[in-house]
Every structure is written in structure tokens, then in C-alpha cells.
Design a protein around this ligand. Structure first.
Ligand SMILES: NC(=O)c1ccc[n+]([C@@H]2O[C@H](COP(=O)([O-])OP(=O)(O)OC[C@H]3O[C@@H](n4cnc5c(N)ncnc54)[C@H](OP(=O)(O)O)[C@@H]3O)[C@@H](O)[C@H]2O)c1
Length: 325
């Protein structure tokens, strides 16, 4: 099997393809999808406890390890600090919660999910007031990053990183950091290539992980529920250019898009709950795109207009650290 990885600045390797578990809400569906991903060779899992499904992820991992099918060190597990945890006094609490749910001693990567703090609430991830605004708090990114560094010192997270941070926020972290972020996880797909941030991270030795690589074709149910003011969806997989390149190489549109993003030098995490699409998404390394294909795909970029995950929610938009202004 041809399965590649990228060297991180903490000297660990992140597998280029990862499976994103967090939007599969049904426990049986998640278990079946993870089994299919593992059988297809996937060893990189990106988790987020938003849908309270870390325990299922942990159970599947435990089953594979206890049956001798897998060693912990073969896996790359990412967990995420939610917005309620973006507070110096809460980083360790959320880290330990995730480790307990996952049944692990450490994660390979711990990410700050979004650079804004929301009020801590045991039950609701994004608490709203009577005006329908998300209840936020003051955010001190430097103090939070120092606590992330502690998680690395305590060997609970092998690597630490950030998600949805903009260039200015990353620069502020770099200025004060004892441990540099290893990863920036951001939205990237052919319509929204985010090339300036990818280039900037390349210069700073930060690996980029692309989320929503297919442009999140069936939209983001989370943002819909929360009433995003800007959220859009694009079906990159139905794009005429992508389809014509896929026909030329006898590959699927998803395989073309994945291969293109790998060519950009980023790792990718996708979600699928369909077993045949999971094995299709893992099978992208046995061909390469031509120069002319790359040029055509590069030209699909629509810039910031094609961001699907704006998190443009009342209350968040007005926060001084809202990253997508
Ligand atoms: N750090 C963050 O803040 C973060 C990270 C990741 C995502 N997100 C959020 O989560 C939302 C959803 O993102 P996502 O990761 O689900 O996006 P995605 O991976 O680009 O798209 C997932 C969708 O693509 C379909 N799909 C997967 N493989 C396919 C294939 N080979 N052919 C055709 N369709 C395929 C899946 O359907 P099936 O399941 O039916 O296959 C699923 O509906 C985003 O808008 C974003 O808001 C946030």
C-alpha cells in the first residue's frame, strides 16, 4: 500500500490522509465507517467532541489494538480543544476529558479549534443569550497557547497546533511561543485554496491540514442549526473541470481533488460514512496529475468568496479575535 506522510516540526510524521470523525453522529454508522477506514489503511483520525462521539472512536481503536491488528504508535490521533476550552484555566480540563473519552494516554496532535472563547457550559457547546447571540468571553491567545505547551510538556499531546487562526494570530503566537505550532488546520478545497496562508505556513515550518477538502458538499449541518449568516456550500465534486480531469485519468472527482491538494503540500481530512467512498478516498497515490491538470485546478480558486465554514454567527462575528474579517 502506498501511504504517505509529512514530517512535522516536532519530528513526528502525520499521515497525509485523515478521516474526520466528528460529523458522524450515529454511533453505529461511525463505528462502521472507522472500521472501513482502518481496513483501507487509514491511520490518521481527526476527532472533535462536538458530537460527543470521542468514546466511539476510542472503542474502535481499543478493539483494533486489543485484537493485535494495530499498535498505538501506528496511529495518528488528533483531538480538538473546543471554543469553551479556549481559556487558560480550561485547557487541561478539556484535554483530560478527551483523553478519557478516547481511552488514550496521549494524542498525536491537540488543536485549538477556533481562536474565540465562548462561555463554558456543560451541555451546550455554543451558548446563546436571549437575543440569539453566542455568548463569548475575552480571549488571550498567548495564555491559552502557554497551556497548550504544558500539554506537550506533560506528554499528553505529542504535537500542538491551531485551527481557523489567521496570519496575524499565528504571528502573535510565534512571537511568544516556546513550542511552535506544528499544524494549522484550515478550510481548503479547489474553490478556496487559501494559498497565501499555505505559503506563510511553509515559510514558518508549520504543516497545513486541509479540512472540507470536497467543499463540504452536503453543507455543514452545525452551522445551519446555529444560523450562520454567511455559510455557503459548493459542490466541487460536480465541477466541470474536475469531472473532465477525472474522466481523463479514469479516477473519481474526489480522487482528483485529493490528489490536487496533496500536490499543494498539505495533508487532508475528509468525512465519509460510505464504505466504498472511504476506500476510494484512501486510494489516491497510484497516479499523478499532469502539469496542465494542475494549472486548470489552480484556476478554479474563487478566493474568500468560496469559504464554506465562515462561523459567521451573531456574537462570534463581533469578537475581536474572529479570524475571517
Ligand atoms: N477545524 C474545524 O473547524 C473544522 C474541521 C473540519 C470540518 N469542519 C466543519 O465541518 C463541516 C463539514 O466538513 P467535512 O469535513 O464533512 O467536509 P468534506 O470532507 O469536504 O465533505 C464531506 C462530504 O463529502 C461526501 N464525500 C466524502 N467522500 C466522497 C466521495 N469520494 N465522493 C462523493 N462524496 C464524498 C460525504 O458524504 P458521505 O458521507 O455520504 O460519503 C460528506 O457529505 C465544514 O463545513 C466545517 O464547518 C470544521
Amino acid at each position: 500500500m502506498n501511504y504517505s506522510s509529512i514530517l512535522l516540526n516536532n519530528a513526528a510524521r502525520i499521515p497525509i490522509i485523515g478521516f474526520r470523525t466528528s460529523t458522524i453522529e450515529d454511533p453505529i454508522q461511525l463505528k462502521l465507517a472507522m472500521e472501513a477506514a482502518l481496513k483501507s489503511g487509514c491511520r490518521h483520525f481527526d476527532t472533535n467532541n462536538l458530537n460527543k462521539n470521542e468514546r466511539i472512536v476510542g472503542k474502535v481503536i481499543e478493539r483494533w489494538i486489543s485484537r493485535g491488528l494495530l499498535k498505538r504508535e501506528e496511529l495518528f490521533i488528533t483531538a480538538t480543544l473546543p471554543m469553551a476550552g479556549v481559556h487558560p484555566e480550561r485547557v487541561e480540563i478539556f484535554m483530560d476529558k478527551s483523553l478519557k473519552n478516547l481511552g488514550l494516554d496521549y494524542v498525536d496532535l491537540y488543536l485549538i479549534q477556533f481562536p474565540v472563547t465562548v462561555k463554558y457550559n456543560e451541555i451546550i457547546d455554543l451558548p446563546v443569550n436571549e437575543m440569539g447571540e453566542i455568548q463569548t468571553e475575552t480571549t488571550d491567545l498567548i495564555e491559552v497557547w502557554q497551556k497548550m505547551e504544558d500539554m506537550s510538556d506533560y506528554s499528553r499531546a505529542r504535537a500542538i497546533g491551531v485551527s481557523n487562526f489567521n496570519k496575524d494570530q499565528i504571528l502573535r503566537i510565534l512571537e511568544k511561543a516556546r513550542i511552535k505550532p506544528a499544524v494549522l488546520q484550515i478550510e481548503i478545497h479547489p474553490y478556496f485554496q487559501n494559498q497565501h496562508l499555505v505559503d506563510f505556513c511553509g515559510q514558518k515550518g508549520i504543516t497545513v491540514v486541509a479540512y472540507s477538502p470536497f467543499g463540504s458538499p452536503r453543507t455543514n449541518p452545525f452551522n445551519k442549526e446555529e444560523g450562520s449568516l454567511k455559510n455557503k456550500t459548493f459542490n466541487v465534486l460536480e465541477d466541470k473541470t474536475v469531472i473532465s480531469i477525472s474522466e481523463k485519468h479514469s479516477k473519481t472527482p474526489a480522487q482528483i481533488v485529493s490528489r490536487f491538494l496533496v500536490h499543494m503540500g498539505v495533508a487532508i481530512i475528509w468525512k465519509s460514512s460510505n464504505t466504498s467512498r472511504i476506500s476510494e478516498n484512501m486510494d489516491i497515490f497510484n497516479y499523478s496529475l499532469d502539469k496542465s491538470d494542475i494549472i486548470k485546478l489552480k484556476n478554479l480558486d474563487k478566493g474568500d468568496n468560496a469559504r464554506t465554514n465562515s462561523m459567521a454567527l451573531k456574537g462570534l462575528l463581533e469578537h475581536p479575535e474572529y479570524p475571517f474579517k
